[in-house]
Design a protein around this ligand. Structure first.
Ligand SMILES: [Zn+2]
Ligand SMILES: [Zn+2]
Length: 137
């Protein structure tokens, strides 16, 4: 959290209680969150209106701290871009349900091979699988 705040400061963002709250909610979130989900989060709703949440997300995205994932049916969702770790998602094409894969990483070896080949370091990746969930079949 300290790290996130200092990155915001370095990038010239004004550190408000709203910004801190949104960061901490996103940090604890297991899955990417939509603007609407953030807006109705009790901690955020207490301090920020929709416009403030929206502006804050834009600013965080602007400095590269936030990733916007565009899901066909559920719209844009946001998650913190901490530059570490990797993510694999499973998304329903009909209802837009998003799940994070719990199995061991399917492309770990590929990533290592790529790093060796390309000389890249600090690699990370995102994988999204689409399909129809059980309810929507
Ligand atoms: Zn579904
Ligand atoms: Zn992975």
């Amino acid at each position: 959290m300290e790290q996130l705040i200092s990155t915001c400061k370095e990038q010239g963002l004004r550190i408000t209680i709203g910004l801190k709250t949104i960061l901490s909610v996103l940090k604890k979130a297991e899955l990417p969150m939509s603007l609407q989900e953030l807006e109705v989060n009790p901690k955020i709703a207490e301090i920020c209106d929709r416009a403030t949440v929206f502006r804050t997300l834009q600013r965080l995205e602007g400095i590269g701290l936030l990733r916007r994932l565009n899901f066909a049916h559920s719209g844009a969702k946001f998650s913190l871009n901490t530059g570490t770790g990797h993510r694999e998602y499973l998304i329903c094409r009909v209802c837009g349900e998003v799940k994070e894969l719990k199995m061991s990483c399917p492309v770990h070896q590929l990533e290592e091979d790529l790093a060796k080949d390309s000389g890249y370091t600090a690699m990370t990746h995102e994988l999204t699988f689409y399909g129809f969930c059980k309810k929507c079949q």
